[in-house]
Ligand binder design. Structure first.
Ligand code: AMP
Length: 512
């Protein structure tokens, strides 16, 4: 099967050929003819299946006829996150290069004024996150009564993020007669309900969900100590020792952890970017772009920020934290080993993660072997030494530190989802939370790393008593050598032991 049999226009076929794609993916093969026949489509497919082009290509063909009117977009695409919205726009830019189409992005973090000016000129394709779209309709700057085609992408993700009421409101603002394309990776009851309410006689197209991880990915787990500093040491060791590492995404469960790990790696000389919900839009896009281009070979990311990102050819995925939801594991690991390429996924597993690992292994239907090498955790299971440390972490627990219960972490996770789900409010609320948590933790974190303290707890009290801890045995069996053994490892500033491409570029004065 080739693209030329699907009914796409000559211009679109030329654009597809220019990208080098010769064969449509199963979702493209099935969905494109229905979209061109102006039928509603219910697509059950995940990212990585080529589903973006499955709606972008026929939309470009449809949009060749007709013109946009001021403030009345012709088509509307709803995406759960800013990054996904930006990625869809990139698809339009790539495949629609030969067409004079106005494509606008309505996402948080970009000025209302600029967006408004673009809407006034008239747009053919409006790509939006639900919160920002409703802000514009409520201000009266946008009319959805001209929308001929509506795409709801990653619907189950929208559900996770609390967007469904917004989607329902938006569906009432677009004409009843529009065509609707609805994509979801799973069909929980709430999603089934809205497909029944908003799709008319839909054509169902389904591509087999990668219920498991690709066979080309080598997965392994490495035992890790509970303490954050132990995990960071272990991560550095894994990065140094990784075979064939070209680029990697390092996943953390919480955005605060993303910031800490990012800073720590930077301090140890790694060339690394970060992607989390607290970063403003330009910073996120810049980090992603640098990673895509290979300027930053490492990216520390949270699930919310990284879901669905189109990042081809990632050689390694590291789970700095084991995800609480097994689906997230599949998504994370799906960043590597794509399209038949080989990949490596390494999970750092603390004693507290055993339950989550068991759930992951059950979902993917295979056990994840321990990595080869000496990765013993000496304190593993030694409750008599671990408990008092946890008990002392009372203050840290209340601040959301590592000693928290699984339920507490889940609560924070859904809190993050809620915040991301209501973008306009996110910016007024999150900075307050950041002020109250991050700088304090990060400051003490930084201070510990700078002074090479034993770093056994991340609360201020422990860090202020470094002498008491120096005799403790590091909990990783073959720990990163201490300063006396190999000074370069813990000496920020001298990173000669890192592979060159992982090193942060040193800025030299102009003309030097
Ligand atoms: P998506 O599922 O839309 O996130 O796409 C996943 C990846 O597949 C992206 O990197 C696309 O550029 C790529 N892709 C989409 N369609 C094709 C195709 N027909 N052949 C090869 N790669 C494709």
């Amino acid at each position: 099967m080739s693209f030329s049999h699907l009914g796409l226009s000559e211009k679109v076929l030329a654009a597809v050929a220019a990208t080098g794609y010769t064969t449509p993916t199963p979702i493209q093969e099935q969905a494109i003819p229905h979209v061109l026949a102006r039928k509603d489509v219910l697509g059950i497919a995940q990212t990585g299946t080529g589903k973006t082009a499955a709606f972008v290509l026929p939309m470009l063909t449809i949009l060749e006829k007709g013109r946009a009117r001021a403030r009345m977009p012709r088509t509307l695409i709803l995406e759960p996150t800013r990054e996904l919205a930006a990625q869809v726009k990139e698809n339009f830019d790539r495949y629609g290069a030969g067409q004079k189409l106005n494509v606008a992005l309505l996402i948080g973090g970009v000025s209302f004024g600029d967006q408004d000016a673009k809407l006034t000129r008239g747009v053919d394709v409006l790509i939006a996150t639900p919160g920002r779209l409703l802000d514009h309709t409520e201000r009266g700057g946008l009319l959805l009564t001209g929308v001929e085609l509506l795409v709801i992408d990653e619907a189950d993700r929208m559900l996770d993020m609390g967007f469904i009421p917004d989607i329902e409101r938006i569906c009432k603002l677009v004409p009843f007669t529009r065509q609707t394309l609805f994509f979801t990776a799973t069909m929980p009851p709430e999603i089934r309900r809205i497909t029944e309410a908003f799709l008319h006689n839909p054509q169902k197209v389904e591509v087999s969900k990668p219920a498991t991880t690709a066979v080309t990915v080598t997965q392994s787990q490495v035992p890790a100590g509970r303490e954050a500093h132990e995990k960071r040491e272990l991560l550095r060791r894994l990065l140094r020792e990784a075979k064939d590492l070209k680029n990697a995404i390092i996943f953390c469960n919480r955005k605060r952890e993303v910031a800490i790990v990012h800073k720590s790696l930077q301090k140890h000389g790694f060339s690394v970017g970060a992607l989390h919900g607290d970063m403003d839009q330009p910073a996120r896009m810049a980090a992603l772009e640098q990673f895509r281009k290979g300027e930053l070979p490492l990216l520390v990311a949270s699930d919310v920020a990284a879901r669905g990102l189109d990042i081809p050819e990632v050689s390694h995925v590291f789970n700095f934290d084991v995800p609480h939801h097994p689906d997230d594991y599949v998504h994370r690991v799906g960043r590597t080993g794509r399209a038949g390429r080989t990949g490596t996924a390494i999970s750092m597993v603390t004693p507290l993660d055993q339950k989550s690992m068991a759930a992951i292994e059950k979902l993917i239907g295979q056990s994840i072997p321990r990595a080869e090498g000496d990765y013993e955790v000496r304190s593993e299971g030694d409750e008599s030494t671990e408990r008092p440390r946890e008990a002392r972490g009372g203050r840290e627990r209340s601040r959301g530190g590592r000693g928290r219960s699984q339920r507490g972490q889940d609560r924070e996770r859904s809190q993050e989802s809620r915040e991301r789900g209501h973008e306009p409010r996110e910016r007024t609320r999150e900075p307050r939370e950041q002020r109250s948590h991050e700088p304090r933790e990060q400051r003490s974190q930084e201070a510990r790393e700078r002074s090479h303290e034993p770093r056994h707890a991340s609360d201020g009290r422990k860090a202020s008593r470094p002498q008491a801890d120096t005799s403790r045995v590091p909990s990783i069996g073959r720990p990163e050598p201490r300063r006396s053994q190999r000074p370069v490892d813990t000496e920020p500033g001298d990173h000669s032991h890192l592979p060159a491409f992982l090193l942060r570029p040193v800025r030299t004065p102009a003309g030097a």
